[in-house]
Design a protein around this ligand. Structure first.
Ligand SMILES: Cc1cc2nc3c(=O)[nH]c(=O)nc-3n(C[C@H](O)[C@H](O)[C@H](O)COP(=O)(O)OP(=O)(O)OC[C@H]3O[C@@H](n4cnc5c(N)ncnc54)[C@H](O)[C@@H]3O)c2cc1C
Length: 401
């Protein structure tokens, strides 16, 4: 079936694609979301930082899932490296920068369910539960073939189809990056002691071990370690796994019980050399993958989605082409500094843990000591950690498109 030509089509029904589709269609750009065939459930959670929560509120998504999210009021970093040069414990409190919380942690399945429910209610949005199997770019439009043989044609394609993006390939965009000798193991835990809305990051020599609050007596764990250790821990029977987690968490949360789902994610950086070309703009992991340290990945992805939706909505409202080369180039320019600076910060933090090089360990300890003792520096770091100091997209400022 050949549908009428649209303003935009979003490929990929993960959180970045759903956000882009809701924002575009909510701004009256006729849009289709090619959401893909159902995939296995994602057991990850996302710490949504303040600007992301504001954007989701503005898109009427947050109202649908806020009760499933836990506030992050305090973030602690504990040096658990056992090394000679150890850093002091650093505590960041949201109240110190006038916020109730740095953000909220939510299970990805609840977040995407809320987004999908909102998407279904927007008249200008058609949601198609199929995969894109072919992408043909011409001068004025892009035609996307679906796996039932149908075609969707649009002026702009938002490629939100994840790390192995078909859209990125169709646009002829290469990636650059590197991998780390580490794997992230994800688990959801039930525990006997309350977390008091505190997220705790134990910095170990093989990577951070991070406990992030969920509502009630539950937390998510992102356990970054070497691949052999991750495989061993992942394969443990439930009771042994729980005991091992409890030991590594220094019994902070009391008795632990792990829910059955486990996720395993090799750590890498992968970044598209351009965030768009030839009528295709890349958002989320189609544009950049970074290690799950410091809760930056999807927060960046949501800023991508908000930025391309804003540019395309303004063009559409003025009767201009939302897929024009200048618009794609502008999008690339607007996203580059934010993505690059956060990738480098996460990389530096991770490498400073992995390194056996004493001066680097010393510098890391000194940096954390300065953060612990110098209030203005700590507050500046907190503000920059939750949002870039440069201009934020309108949705992140609570303005509808
Ligand atoms: C352990 C871990 C913890 C994390 N924690 C955080 C955190 O606390 N905060 C944070 O901000 N980020 C976090 N992240 C990062 C975050 O999870 C990712 O950035 C986010 O899930 C990426 O979303 P996405 O929509 O870009 O991609 P995906 O979730 O990969 O979605 C891509 C979608 O595209 C679909 N698709 C693929 N190909 C096609 C096709 N041909 N046609 C149609 N559909 C297609 C797929 O089915 C999928 O639904 C974490 C990551 C990891 C690994």
């Amino acid at each position: 079936m050949m549908r009428p030509s649209l303003g935009a089509v979003v490929v990929g029904g993960g959180p970045a694609g759903l956000t882009a589709a809701i924002a575009l269609a909510g701004a009256q750009v006729p849009t289709a979301l090619i959401a893909g065939r159902p995939r296995p459930a994602d057991n990850r959670t996302t710490a949504l930082l303040a600007g992301s929560v504001t954007a989701l509120e503005t898109l009427a998504v947050w109202q649908r899932c806020r009760t499933q999210a836990a506030p992050l009021r305090v973030m602690r970093i504990v040096d658990d490296t056992g090394r000679l040069l150890r850093a002091p414990e650093v505590r960041f409190e949201a109240a110190e920068i006038g916020l109730e919380a740095f953000g909220y942690n939510i299970e990805n399945r609840h977040l995407t369910a809320a987004m999908a429910a909102q998407a279904r209610e927007i008249a200008a949005l058609e949601v198609i539960a199929q995969d894109a199997v072919g992408i043909a770019i011409s001068t004025d439009t892009v035609a996307i073939t679906l796996d039932d043989g149908g075609t969707v044609v649009a002026r702009l394609v938002v490629g939100a189809d994840g790390a192995r993006s078909r859209c990125r390939k169709a646009a002829g965009i290469e990636t650059e990056g590197w991998s780390y000798p580490q794997t992230a193991l994800t688990l959801t835990l039930r525990h006997s002691r309350p977390h008091h809305d505190i997220s705790t990051e134990f910095h170990r020599a093989s990577g951070p071990f991070t406990l992030v609050p969920l509502p009630g007596l539950r937390s998510s764990l992102v356990f970054v370690t070497d691949p052999g250790d991750a495989a061993r821990v992942e394969a443990l029977p439930a009771a042994e796994l729980a005991a091992e987690i409890e030991r590594r968490a220094h019994s902070l949360l009391g008795k632990i019980e792990a829910e059955p789902e486990r996720g395993v994610f090799p750590l890498k950086v992968e970044r598209a050399r351009a965030f768009g070309a030839r009528r295709i703009a890349l958002v989320g992991e189609a544009a950049h993958v970074i290690p799950p340290i410091g809760a930056q990945g999807l927060n960046l992805g949501l800023r991508d989605a908000a930025t391309i939706a804003e540019l395309a909505a303004v063009a559409h409202q003025a009767g201009h082409d939302p897929g024009a080369d200048e618009l794609i180039a502008r999008y690339d320019e607007m996203r580059r500094a934010d993505v690059t600076s956060r990738t480098l910060a996460v990389d530096l933090l991770n490498r400073s843990l992995l390194s056996d090089f004493l001066p680097l360990q010393g510098a890391r300890g000194l940096g954390l000591t300065l953060l612990q003792h110098i209030g203005p520096l700590r507050r500046a770091a907190m503000r920059e950690g939750i949002a870039p100091s440069s201009a934020q997209p309108r949705l992140m400022r609570g303005e509808a498109l």
